[in-house]
Design a protein around this ligand. Structure first.
Ligand code: NAD
Length: 303
C-alpha cells in the first residue's frame, strides 16, 4: 500500500516512516528539509524534496494517489511563530490547504493530522479533554487550530476522512533542540556539552511528555479508525521541568547543575491531556513511562 508522510524527514515523521517501511508500505516523503534530515535509505521510500505550499507538492499527492496521508510538515516552533506570524500561518495553514487539495484530487482515503495541545492555550484546568474550549496563546497554536478547521470542513464538503491527533509534548531520539516540546532535547544537548540545565521561570510548569514511539503507534491506530474525530495522544500525567531535571540527574553519572532563567513569551503554564478517548476508540495505549522514555532518549544522545 502507498502512503505519504509530509514532514517525513523530521523528528516524529522519520520515526513514523521507519515503522511504515518496516511494515512494507511504499512511503512518499514530502519535505523541504528546513528542519528535517535524510534518515532513510530504503528501496520503498521515495523522497520528494518539496515545500508543502508548492504546486508540485499538491501534484505529487494528486498523481501518486496514496491511500493515507500523514500530515506532519509544519512550522513547529512557538517562539518563531510569535516572531514571524506570517511565515507560521503560510506554512501551517496555506501548506495544509495545499495538501488537502492534493488529497481531494487523489481521493485519499484519510488524512491523519499531527496537531498539538497548544490549541488550548493557558486553560486554568488540571486536565484537558477534547471537548474543552480552545484558546491558543501563540500563533503556532492558532495556525494548527485553523488547519484542523480546514481539515474538518474538507470532510464536510468533499467527504475526505480525517483523524486529528493532538499531541502532548513529544520527545525521544532524533529530536532537535528547536521546535515544540524541545526541552528534553535542549537538556540532552546541554548534558553532552557538560553545561548546566537552564530552567525557564520557576520550573514548576508542567507538560504531558509522550514518547515518540507511542505517537507513531497512535498514527498507525488512526488508520484503522473510521470516525472523523479528534484524539489526544498523551500520557495523562503532568511532569514538571524540575522533575525532568531530577530524572536526568539520576541517569547521568557526573554532576549536573541547574540554573533558573526568565520565562518565555507564549509559554503555557500547565498542560496535561486526558487520553481516555484515544485509548477507548483507537485501541491505543502509551507504553512508555517518562522514566523509561527518558532513559532511552538519554542513551541515544550519549551513545
Ligand atoms: P520537525 O520540525 O522535526 O518536523 C517537521 C518537518 O516538516 C521537518 O522535516 C521539516 O523539514 C518539514 N517542513 C517544515 N516546513 C515545511 C514546508 N514548508 N514544506 C515541507 N516540509 C516542511 O517537527 P516534529 O517535532 O517532528 O513535529 C511534527 C509535527 O508534529 C508538526 O506538525 C508539529 O506541529 C506536531 N507536533 C509536535 C510536537 C512535539 O512535541 N514535537 C507536539 C505536538 C505537535
Amino acid at each position: 500500500m502507498k502512503v505519504a508522510v509530509t514532514g517525513g524527514a523530521g523528528f516524529i515523521g522519520s520515526h513514523l516512516t521507519d515503522y511504515l517501511l518496516k511494515a512494507g508500505y511504499e512511503v512518499h516523503i514530502l519535505d523541504n528539509f528546513s528542519s528535517g534530515h535524510y534518515y532513510h535509505d530504503h528501496p520503498n521510500v521515495i523522497v520528494h524534496e518539496v515545500d508543502i505550499r508548492s504546486e508540485r507538492a499538491q501534484a505529487i499527492i494528486a498523481e501518486e494517489k496514496p491511500e493515507f496521508v500523514f500530515h506532519l510538515a509544519a512550522q513547529a516552533d512557538v517562539t518563531r511563530s510569535i516572531n514571524n506570524p506570517c511565515e507560521d500561518a503560510d506554512i501551517n495553514i496555506n501548506g495544509t490547504i495545499n495538501i488537502l487539495e492534493g488529497c481531494r484530487k487523489a481521493k485519499v482515503k484519510k488524512i491523519i493530522f499531527s496537531s498539538t495541545s497548544a490549541v488550548y492555550g493557558n486553560l486554568q484546568k488540571a486536565t484537558i479533554d477534547e471537548q474543552d474550549h480552545t484558546a491558543p496563546i501563540s500563533y503556532y497554536g492558532l495556525s494548527k487550530l485553523s488547519a484542523e478547521k480546514y481539515i474538518q470542513l474538507y470532510q464536510e464538503l468533499y467527504g475526505l476522512d480525517f483523524t486529528i491527533l493532538r499531541y502532548g509534548n513529544v520527545y525521544g531520539p532524533r529530536q532537535t533542540a528547536k521546535g515544540e516540546g524541545g526541552v528534553i532535547a535542549v537538556f540532552m544537548d546541554r548534558i553532552k556539552e557538560g553545561s548546566c540545565l537552564k530552567i525557564h521561570g520557576d520550573g514548576k510548569q508542567t507538560r504531558d511528555f509522550v514518547f515518540v514511539e507511542d505517537v507513531v503507534d497512535a498514527n498507525i491506530a488512526a488508520m484503522k479508525n473510521d470516525r472523523n474525530d479528534i484524539f489526544h495522544v498523551s500520557t495523562n500525567k503532568p511532569t514538571s521541568i524540575i522533575q525532568l531535571a531530577e530524572i536526568l540527574l539520576e541517569l547521568h553519572p557526573d554532576s549536573l547543575e541547574t540554573m533558573h532563567v526568565t520565562s518565555r513569551t507564549g509559554d503555557i503554564k500547565h498542560s496535561c491531556l486526558l487520553n481516555g478517548k484515544c485509548c477507548e476508540q483507537l485501541g491505543w495505549m502509551p507504553k512508555y513511562s517518562i522514566s523509561e522514555g527518558l532513559k532511552r532518549t538519554y542513551h541515544y544522545y550519549n551513545s
